[in-house]
Design a protein around this ligand. Structure first.
Ligand code: ADP
Ligand code: ZN
Length: 218
């Protein structure tokens, strides 16, 4: 049983780290961004509302996110095994809501992994990012550092890759600004709780894996 939060700027590579962490601890990887994108694809009311904000690089309002996340955490896989949160919390009020929710269940977060990456590096990565369109795979590639063997095709599952709507220069700068303003304060918040583990993001994916592994074991 592990309850982990992964924190970092959009494009810091936390989504890629989540894939091995979730497998390693056998916990569900819960990405609020993925949940919204799924809703957008399915054309749900939630998806329609969320898209307005996401396309502008803004945060979806807390009231749309918090209940959604709480409902997800009530599902048996999370209750039985724990969870890995990716993209949540993103504001202090989300962090506080999560903390109250867990406290009421006499539960708590075991670790918060913070992946630190420079803004300039993040911009490069976002513009080169391709994501697998298969929702059960979600593999992530970088067309300069980690390209798929066949152009635009996922190595793992053969599905087509796509560029996320929000991976363009204007939206990425906006998201970085929003991150510094609204999400960065969570670093101090979890530092004070005493569960923050800071990892310097590395150029080579596997090097970051080793640092995250060490942090989770510490
Ligand atoms: P990245 O992986 O690049 O950090 P995400 O996939 O996590 O981006 O999120 C994409 C967008 O979805 C965000 O820019 C934001 O608009 C919205 N979103 C995702 N999670 C949250 C959240 N916890 N609170 C508010 N908005 C969110
Ligand atoms: Zn795939």
């Amino acid at each position: 049983m592990k309850r982990i939060i992964i924190l970092g700027a959009p494009g810091s590579g936390k989504g890629s780290q989540c894939q091995w962490i979730a497998k390693f601890y056998n916990i569900p990887h819960i990405s609020t961004g993925d949940i919204f994108r799924k809703n957008i694809k399915e054309g749900t009311a939630l998806g329609k509302k969320a898209k307005e904000y996401m396309d502008k690089g803004e945060l979806v309002p807390d009231e749309l996110v918090i209940d959604l996340l709480k409902n997800r955490l009530e599902e048996p896989d999370c209750v039985e095994n724990g969870f890995l949160l990716d993209g949540f919390p993103r504001t202090l009020s989300q962090a506080q809501a999560l903390s109250y929710f867990l406290k009421a269940k006499e539960s708590e977060i075991d670790a918060v992994i913070y992946i630190d990456v420079d803004d300039s590096e993040i911009m490069n990565r976002a513009l080169n990012r391709r994501t697998c369109s298969n929702p059960n795979c979600k593999a992530i590639y970088n067309i300069s550092d980690n390209p798929p063997k066949k152009e635009n095709i996922c190595d793992k599952c053969g599905s087509p890759l796509f560029v996320r709507d929000d991976d363009n220069e204007e939206t990425v700068s906006k998201r970085l600004r929003v991150y510094h303003e609204q999400t960065e304060p969570l670093i101090k918040y979890y530092e004070e709780v005493g569960i923050l583990k800071k990892v310097q993001g590395q150029k080579v994916f596997q090097d970051t894996v080793e640092l995250v592994r060490a942090a989770l074991n510490s």
